[in-house]
Design a protein around this ligand. Structure first.
Ligand SMILES: Cc1cc2nc3c(=O)[nH]c(=O)nc-3n(C[C@H](O)[C@H](O)[C@H](O)COP(=O)(O)OP(=O)(O)OC[C@H]3O[C@@H](n4cnc5c(N)ncnc54)[C@H](O)[C@@H]3O)c2cc1C
Length: 319
């Protein structure tokens, strides 16, 4: 019979429609390794890759037909088998759905959108950046394992690759109501840029760009740095870019290594989505813009002067 360490941390890894582990997986296993022994759970294809990320044991369950409910069934079965100290799930759209359903089913509390995981003398603790990044708080559970969703890109720790033991997980499907997937049609993405949520570098533009045409400057800088493109709500509302690129309270939360804010004032609702970036660079013509309060490096200047110079310098460095 398979045994699991007392300090097992169960990690549900997201997968892509083509059967690969999602980009969030390495940080989830890395976060688990900070506080215990990572035990990965993969529902569907992709389980083979989990050992390379550092999971000591990898549970593998067959994918069901319903949307997220088969994952909840699988995590519930894994919790029963592993008796983990904590359960980590990506703070992705699917991950949040699974975490909420699992909490309701098992009577657990959820620590949402954690930016780090640590351990104190009472157990595993989730760290959160709240109120627009103005406060760092910690949460723990007084009963059951800690169930936390982890913000993508927030944790840098990577676990050492392991010879993982692959364990098939028997899951008794519940009759819980679930939406079914009738067909899957991949959207052809013409961009080669990294995905915004998990990108290591993000260049975002704001109302200061002035037009959709000028926003191309932000895109050029992103491409020169191999970065994803983001935007403020004002830039989205003005129609420069689609809402999917909005960073902030009512958009995407990002935690990249490098975040460059161009022509963005730094309203609290924008900062809520980017303040946990490791290095923040702001380019703004107003020296009193609040974005400079959170920036590690700032350039006070007209972006239409600064960006072409920056692009030229990056180009020269390449050549
Ligand atoms: C409930 C709620 C939710 C919200 N959610 C979000 C959210 O998710 N994300 C978000 O971003 N906002 C959000 N907002 C809106 C937020 O309050 C701000 O209005 C918005 O972030 C401002 O965008 P901005 O910085 O691009 O524009 P502005 O505040 O207009 O700032 C433009 C900046 O560009 C600078 N600038 C202008 N021209 C140049 C130039 N030539 N060179 C250099 N700098 C220049 C200016 O100095 C200024 O600082 C939300 C608001 C509410 C009420």
């Amino acid at each position: 019979m398979t045994t699991f360490a007392n300090d097992s941390i169960l990690v549900l890894l997201d997968t892509t429609p083509d059967g690969q582990l999602a980009a969030s997986s390495a940080a989830l296993v890395g976060a688990a390794s900070q506080v215990g022994t990572p035990v990965a759970l993969v529902v569907g294809e992709g389980a083979d890759g989990a050992g390379a990320l550092g999971a000591a044991q990898v549970l593998h369950a067959a994918a069901g037909d319903g949307l997220t409910v088969p994952m909840v069934d699988a995590v519930a079965a894994a919790v029963e088998l592993v008796q983990p100290e904590a359960i980590l799930i990506s703070n992705s759209i699917d991950g949040r759905d699974v975490a909420g359903r699992l909490a309701a089913r098992l009577g657990l509390s959820v620590a949402v959108d954690a930016v780090d995981i640590s351990r104190d003398d009472q157990g595993v603790v989730a760290h959160h950046s709240v109120y627009g990044g103005a406060y760092n708080v910690q949460s723990a559970t007084t009963f059951g394992p800690l169930l936390a969703t982890l913000r993508q890109g927030a944790v840098e720790t990577r676990a050492t690759a392991a010879e993982a033991q692959l364990i098939p997980l028997d899951v008794a499907a519940t009759q819980a109501p679930a939406a079914s997937i009738d067909s899957v049609e991949p959207v052809v993405v013409s961009s080669t840029r990294p995905e915004l949520r998990s990108a290591a570098r993000v260049v975002s533009g704001g109302r200061g760009l002035g037009s959709a045409e000028s926003f191309a400057l932000v895109e050029s800088l992103a491409d020169a740095l191999g970065a994803a493109v983001g935007a403020s709500r004002a830039a989205v509302d003005a129609g420069y870019v689609p809402h999917a690129l909005q960073v902030g309270q009512t958009g995407v939360s990002v935690s990249p290594q490098l975040y460059i804010a161009v022509g963005i004032s730094g309203a609290i609702q924008h900062r809520a989505g980017m303040q946990t970036a490791k290095t923040i660079v702001a380019i703004n013509k107003d020296a009193d813009a609040p974005i400079f309060d959170v920036a590690d490096f700032g350039i006070v200047g007209d972006l239409f002067t600064v960006l072409p110079q920056l692009l030229e310098a990056l180009d020269a460095k390449k050549g």
